[in-house]
Design a protein around this ligand. Structure first.
Ligand SMILES: [Zn+2]
Length: 335
């Protein structure tokens, strides 16, 4: 088995492979963000499109089907995502679309566009290029507005043989009920800590258990945080908090950074409250012993941050917003 085959949702994957020929034509994988739903969908697509696995439960990784999937160019696989999050650049993106050349200057859409779903019509009905299945992954499915979802619905209602839709959703309640009801739903929870830690290790994430705790058990989120610039930033912030010196924290002014700051402060306060009660911290966000502060003060601060969370998305004055959050930090060391 190569490293790409290590997936965090192992048991759910086994469940999917067990469908065999009875596989429903539309699946809805849903659950919290960052727990490996998309990875599961993509790995299962590889399984379905593998031409050399025989009776094995893993894609062989060597056949032409597997190689094309890995290269992101399998003709019988489509990943439909909002432009803003697309990692692959499928060939059709290069084609001029109906709305003309002006589109290229627009900001990438944060929604799945109706054109993307309409392009699935041809894809699904054209017949397989490799005499196997055709797989369309829609992620995240809640990023479709009603007309787009209705366009998809047509395909979900009358799929040609061999077509498989895999919808991935963090918020299934936001899907049209008619879309939900056409799919066999597969609710997913965070994977067990061992599977998550193994996967994080395989990605070279240091301090995996700690990041996993901070990410609330969601390994994809943990890997993201630990390996990009945010990881280092969070580390520095925690150090300042441990030293009772929140004034040393410089949060930038963009929305994401503010949201991250609120998240870090809230988890930190919650962990300190637990520690003051003599309990294990939940998010493992503290290192050194901080200032003596009552658990009530920590909890009050964590609650206040819960309210600020929404404001962090649209602060009137980002700099002032961050300063106010940090000013109220209960563990400040006053000299
Ligand atoms: Zn293969």
């Amino acid at each position: 088995m190569n490293a790409d085959d290590l997936i965090v949702q192992e048991s759910a994957y086994e469940g999917l492979t067990a469908w065999g020929e009875k596989l429903p034509h539309a699946l809805l994988l849903h659950g919290p963000k960052g727990i490996g739903k998309l990875q599961l969908a993509e790995h299962f697509a590889r399984f379905l499109l593998c031409e050399g696995r025989g009776a094995a439960l893993q894609p062989c990784g060597r056949c032409e089907g597997c190689r094309w999937v890995r290269a992101g160019s399998h003709p019988d696989l489509r990943l439909v995502e909002p432009e803003a999050m697309a990692r692959q650049t499928p060939a059709e993106d290069a084609e001029p679309d109906a709305e003309g050349a002006g589109r290229s200057k627009k900001k990438p859409s944060i929604e799945i566009r109706i054109e993307q779903v309409r392009q699935l019509d041809d894809f699904i009905h054209m017949g397989s290029h490799r005499a196997g299945r055709r797989v369309a992954i829609v992620h995240p499915a809640e990023d479709m507005n009603a007309p787009t979802a209705n366009a998809l619905l047509k395909n979900l209602e009358e799929p040609p043989p061999g077509a498989v839709f895999i919808l991935v959703s963090h918020r299934p309640a936001r899907l049209l009920p008619t879309v939900r009801s056409r799919c066999v739903q597969l609710p997913l929870a965070a994977p067990n800590a061992d599977a998550a830690a193994r996967w994080l290790d395989s990605r070279g994430v240091k301090d995996a258990a700690r990041w996993l705790a901070f990410a609330g058990g969601a390994p994809m989120r943990a890997a993201e945080l630990a390996t990009d610039a945010r990881g280092e930033r969070i580390g520095r912030w925690r150090e300042s908090l441990d030293q009772g010196a929140p004034g040393g924290i410089e949060a930038g002014s963009d929305r994401e950074e503010l949201e991250l700051l609120v998240d870090v402060l809230q988890k930190y306060a919650f962990d300190r409250a637990l520690e003051s009660f003599g309990l294990m911290s939940k998010y493992r966000s503290t290192a050194a012993k901080g200032q003596p502060v009552s658990p009530q003060a920590w909890l009050a601060y964590a609650r206040a941050l819960g309210r600020e969370r929404l404001l962090a998305r649209h602060p009137l004055n980002p700099k002032l917003f961050a300063e106010t959050l940090l000013r109220d930090f209960p563990g400040t060391l006053h000299s």
